[in-house]
Design a protein around this ligand. Sequence first.
Ligand SMILES: C[S@@+](CC[C@H](N)C(=O)[O-])C[C@H]1O[C@@H](n2cnc3c(N)ncnc32)[C@H](O)[C@@H]1O
Length: 261
Amino acid sequence: MAAWDPARYLQFERERTLPCRDLVARLEGGPYRRIVDLGCGTGTSTAVLRARWPDAAVTGVDSSAPMLERARASDPAVRWIEADLRRWTPDAPFDLVFSNAALQWLPDHATLFPRLFEAVAPGGAFAAQMPANDGAPYLRAMARLRARPEWRRYRPEAGSEIGIESAEFYYDLLAPRAQRVELWETRYLHDLPGPDAIVAWTTGTGLRPWLASLPDDAHRERFLGQYAAEIARRYPSSAGGRVLFPFVRRFVIAYRAAPPP
Ligand SMILES: C[S@@+](CC[C@H](N)C(=O)[O-])C[C@H]1O[C@@H](n2cnc3c(N)ncnc32)[C@H](O)[C@@H]1O
């Protein structure tokens, strides 16, 4: 349960790829000849990059072997690297350092973001997207359950949970280093088949470390039953049984100055 599950993740491929497409569409400059996709997962985000810059040399980096296996099968022309981004250092700078929905899994953004920006070649860009759902009903549902006496004693592994900082934090960090920084947020309203789809969505990502902390499948099943009831209460279905799942994404692009002519 702790490991990433490609099939579960890809269940919402269309919805999860939308913000990646939006980020790629917003990128100016280039040409980006050397591109790296950090936390490339199954290669879905990498495919969007490949479609936009078909002549670029593209590298995908991820720490999950099952996710990378799927990625490798999707595109043999990409250099796929299994590495932990907490320690990864590039062999040479990239014109585009890109990350879709991955950096929220890494700690200490105050150190991480400047380090990743260092990997951008002059005239290049750093571009990242992370979920920003503080206070969202599904997170409140998780918090409420975790506070119950039955679940209180279980704790996810330190550093294994999602964490992201404010927009101002990323601006203050990157603006002094960059020629220009662009930040924005988008609130997507995903049209899902029903509340159970929200349960499936969040078990594939944010709920993973928490489920991993439970001792066995019986506990996980009981927890998920309670979680599903909370979700159904907080996300009422429409008349047709479908449900709109609001999901906020925070985007940041930082452009590095080009060398003087
Ligand atoms: C939500 S998926 C995003 C995948 C892909 N970028 C996409 O848009 O479909 C997050 C990915 O980040 C990877 N990841 C999380 N922590 C990591 C780390 N410390 N080093 C490398 N990859 C990591 C996970 O293995 C997972 O594949």
